[in-house]
Design a protein around this ligand. Sequence first.
Ligand SMILES: [Zn+2]
Length: 272
Amino acid sequence: MPELPEVETVVRELNRALPGHRIEKVDVFRKDALGRVRPKVFASALQGKTFGKVGRHGKFLLFGLEPEGFLVAHLRMTGKFILSAPLKAPDPHHRVWFSLEDGQTLVFQDMRCFGTLAYVDRLDASASLAKLGVDPYSKEFTAAWLAGALKQSKTPLKHWLMDQKHIAGLGNIYVCEVLFRTGMSPLRRAHRVTAVQAALLHREIHAVLDQAIRKNGTTISDFRRVDEKFGEFQEYLQVYGREGEPCPRCGAPILRIRQQQRSTFYCGKCQT
Ligand SMILES: [Zn+2]
């Protein structure tokens, strides 16, 4: 499942290619992605508009449109945006085509059909965005905010960090890596994190995400960049997916436990 760095990678690549291009036509081949919105309504909201800057909140992609509105997208498990040369017929996994004025097509492809697309006039009108916590790259996300928010909860630290209502965009892989780097156990209760440790956590969240973005994300299952290339961050993972391998810090075997139906990888010796 794409996490924040993968989505940020897609956002940056789309920003190099998309702004300024006008949407001539929208073709919906499978309407699941649109929720309850009728394909005709979705298409007519977008046709004739021009793509502006592409942004992000957590794992949501926010395509600015001119003269107004936003296309809000979530890739979920297997959603992808591909900017393609002129196309004649849709592939089986193509869900929506945005045909541009220069002949290119922005394709929304989604093998498993969990991805979502929505048109909104204003971002504060998006129900999905309203439920999200702070984005780790927003100015609201500070060490002081993190310390204060952690104090309010007795949830295990890993659950707390993965809850999208707290921080938008952190998922399993990166939370495992962040906790390893801070030496904190995924099982520690959130309120037991001191202000100094919260500052360390804040710093490592940025460090891990920054590094993953520089490496164009992590390709574990089938994340691909806009140009279909792989991410490279998987080569830098220190604990995720490394059950039984020696801890890079102390040599003890990396453990794997289940938390909320997800695998947690950590070192039982140096994460306390
Ligand atoms: Zn260790």
